[in-house]
Each structure stands twice: as C-alpha cells, then as structure tokens.
Write a protein that binds this ligand. Structure first.
Ligand code: TYD
Ligand code: MG
Length: 420
C-alpha cells in the first residue's frame, strides 16, 4: 500500500508538492533554540550545540565499525524515553540484526520504529506517515532513488537521496541523521559530497582497536565547531567519558624520560594530554622521525629548533613522538611540551610529573603566547598539577590559578634551564 502511494506522489515530480513560503520580517522568525530537543547523552548534546535542532540534517561519518549505528540507536532510546517517536531505517542490516544490537544496548521501546528499506520513495512515505521527531538513515550510501540510472553509493544517488530527505525534514520538522561510511582509502561517493547539504557534520575519530571514540563537529550551523565528545566503547554500548583529561594521561606515574604533559583546546574545552618522545641512536645513515597523533612537519620544525637554538645534536638520532590515548593534537600551543619531551629523552632526564607545558615555539627558539590561556590553567589546577611552564606573553592573564606555580619563560633555552 505504501509503495502504491509513493508511486503516485513521485512519478511526476522529484520533490513533493511545493508550498510557497512567504518572506517574513527577521524579527518574527522563530528562534532555533526553542526547537531543540536534548538527547540527554551529554557529550552528544554538547557537540550538537545543546541538543538536536528540529528539522535539521546531520551527517555522521566514520570508518565502518567505529560506533555510528550504536550511538544513534542509543540516541533513539533516550529520545523515546522522553515520549518522542523515532524512525530507524537500516539499509545494511536486517531489522532483526538491529533488534539484536538493541537488546545488547537495552534499547527497547514502542516509540522506536524500525524498518529495513533501501528505496528512497518508500522511506519518504514512511517518514510522512509516522511523522517521527528523529529519523536515522543507516547508511545514506545504501539508499537509492528509483529512476536514477546509477547504482546506490554513487555520487548522484547519494546526493539525490540526501537532498530529498533533507528537504522533507525541513518541511516536517523531523531531524534526519545520515550515516556515511568513510573508508581509509576515501570513498568515491563518501560523505564529503554531502557536507554542504547538511546543517551539521560529525566525524567519529579513533582507532578501532582502542576503546575510546572521539566524535568531532567539523561543521555546525547551530553550535560551536571543533567541539568534541569523548566516548568509550563498552560491552553495552558507548559510554560518555566524563573526565576526558584523565584518559589522555597515562595512569601509571611518569617515571620515564621523554614524557611531558601538554595542554590542548578541543572545541570549548581544555584537555591535558601526555606526549611521549623517544630519542635513540640511529643505526643507519638517515635518522628516522616517526610521529603519531601530531603533524609530522610540526615535529620536524621543533627538532630543527632544538638543534639550532638549544644545540641538541639530533642529526644522528631517531626520534619518535606519540600522543597518548589516540587523540590528534593540531595546535601550536603544544610545541613547547613536545620540544621538552624530546630534550628530556635525549638527555635521559625525567620531567617532574606534576608539571604542565604551555607555549608555542617560534623558529628563533622564542616561546610565544597562546589563546584561551585561562581555561588551560584551570584544567591543570583542577587535575591537581603543581606547576606550569608558561609563555611570558601570557603573564598578565596568569593571576587566576592560585595553587599553581607559574614558571614564566620567553625562550626554549630558558624553559629547559628552569626544569633541569
Ligand atoms: P557499530 O555501531 O556497528 O559501527 P558502525 O555503525 O560505525 O559501523 O559498532 C560496531 C563495533 O562496536 C563492533 O566492532 C562491536 C562494537 N560494539 C561494542 O563493543 N559494544 C556494543 O555494545 C556494541 C553494540 C558494539
Ligand atoms: Mg553501522
């Protein structure tokens, strides 16, 4: 029956009948915040900018197996507990498979509708009939629009399906989440082609073999971008990590040389993260530099500064740098910490474990000021650190954290002299 109705609606026009909206004064437009619904998964709500905005389109990308379906099913459950309807459309698994996962996650509610379907026309009809607050399309690459020549997963199919789903969601006020797989090789019709169509783009980061998952908002029309949510994949689904800094600091006390604590801003939050460096004598002619969790070129620059400005002869040594916990740091404010970690391993001298490093390095070996200095200090204080090496440029903002000993430096040499 559903299919018959679809045929009628969709043979003439690509889009459903068009209701013309009248232009209205900007002052009369309904504010978005009033239309938000919280999922009550705090980390998820935060990266969405405070909950799901009615009628919004969200793309959620990530490599297969990272936890996209799990998170969205959990969000459906939270939604249903508040009495809202959600519709989960699976194009890859059977409804029974989803139910099986649901049982594992304790997701069981009359308010969650489940259907295994790939035909876009039928899907649109389901959405109109059920009129849910939340629609999950898992995945957009599995859906197809009948009548288009190309097969599911191609650019034209993915784009057309996404366009029509987003159009309908804006009209009906249901929010639609599109799951998009990204492969390490980069899919031809990957989620990238959809980024401009949707309001919010979230990407799951993290390695499959590690239990932590980072969900990052790379675009958000309704909230801050670059905000991250941190989850841990457990036997019963994704759990929020309430104290993220703690997972990026290794749990054992830091007795080894080469380990430094840096401060990093992710979205609106400051995190403290441990970086480790290992410097060993090269066995071959060309020394190796291997990094993980940080830009290779940045580390190469820091090594050059250490050689030229501090006089550390790293030319005959291999250098390995690793960021603990599988997170990626992409911020100049971590430069000083990385330089100190490398120097610590080279000299085989331990950095005091209660110390945090903050500062950007210039090519002249100078330490520059950083932004959002205050929140970095507060996080260090909250986690019980005792001292911080800070750029002199930031001295005037350093009045806040009373329990921290501030060591103000203007150059890398000065910082090293102060530690050892
Ligand atoms: P899934 O959400 O199916 O990934 P995606 O939709 O992104 O492809 O997650 C699958 C992985 O998560 C799989 O390796 C099993 C694991 N997992 C758990 O560890 N605990 C759980 O409760 C669930 C549901 C999955
Ligand atoms: Mg999945």
């Amino acid at each position: 029956m559903v299919e018959e109705k679809c045929e009628r609606t969709y043979t003439e026009n690509t889009f459903p009948k068009y209701d013309i909206e009248k232009p209205i004064p900007i002052s009369d437009v309904k504010p978005v915040d009033k239309l938000r619904i919280k999922t009550r998964i705090n980390e998820f709500d935060r990266i969405l900018g405070g909950g799901i905005v009615a009628g919004s389109g969200v793309l959620i990308g990530g490599t297969p197996g990272i936890g996209k379906s799990t998170l969205l099913l959990q969000a459906c459950q939270k939604f249903s507990e508040q009495g809202h309807l959600s519709l989960y459309i699976t194009g890859e698994e059977s409804a029974a498979q989803i139910k099986l996962r649901g049982e594992r996650l304790c997701v069981m509610s009359e308010n969650i509708f489940l259907v295994a379907e790939n035909n876009l026309n039928v899907i649109l009809e389901h959405i109109r009939k059920i009129n849910p607050k939340l629609v999950i399309i898992d995945s957009i690459q599995a859906m197809f629009k009948p009548g288009l020549e190309s097969s599911p997963g191609t650019v034209s199919q993915v784009r057309q399906c996404a366009n029509e789903l987003i159009y309908l969601s804006k009209k009906t006020g249901s929010s639609v989440f599109l799951v998009g797989h990204v492969t390490k090789q980069g899919m031809i019709a990957g989620p990238k082609v959809l980024e401009h169509l949707v309001d919010t783009v979230l990407y799951f980061e993290g390695e499959k073999f590690m239990s932590f998952r980072i969900l990052r908002a790379v675009k958000n029309r309704f909230g801050p971008t670059n905000e991250i949510g941190i989850f841990e994949m457990c036997r019963d689904g994704l759990r929020e990590v309430e104290n993220p800094s703690e997972i990026f600091l290794s749990r054992t006390q830091r007795f080894n040389s080469g380990s430094a604590i840096i401060s990093c801003i992710e979205g609106t939050r400051a995190l403290l993260i441990e970086v480790q460096a290992l410097v060993t004598k090269s066995n071959f002619g060309i020394p190796e530099r291997k990094v993980s969790g940080i830009d290779y070129n940045r580390v190469a620059m820091i090594i050059a500064v250490l050689e030229k400005r501090v006089g550390l002869l790293l030319g005959g040594h291999d250098v390995f740098v690793n960021v603990v916990g599988g997170i990626r740091v992409d911020e100049p404010a971590v430069d000083l910490g990385i330089a100190i970690a490398i120097a610590s391993s080279f000299n085989d001298k331990v950095i005091p474990s209660e110390m945090v490093m903050i500062g950007e390095l210039g090519l002249g070996g100078e330490v520059r000021g950083v932004n959002q200095f205050d929140s970095r200090l507060r996080e260090a204080e909250r986690l019980g650190f005792k001292s911080v090496i800070i750029p002199k440029d930031n001295s005037k903002d350093a009045s806040g954290a009373k329990s921290l000993k501030m060591i103000k430096v203007s150059s890398l040499v000065e910082a090293i002299d102060n530690i050892w």
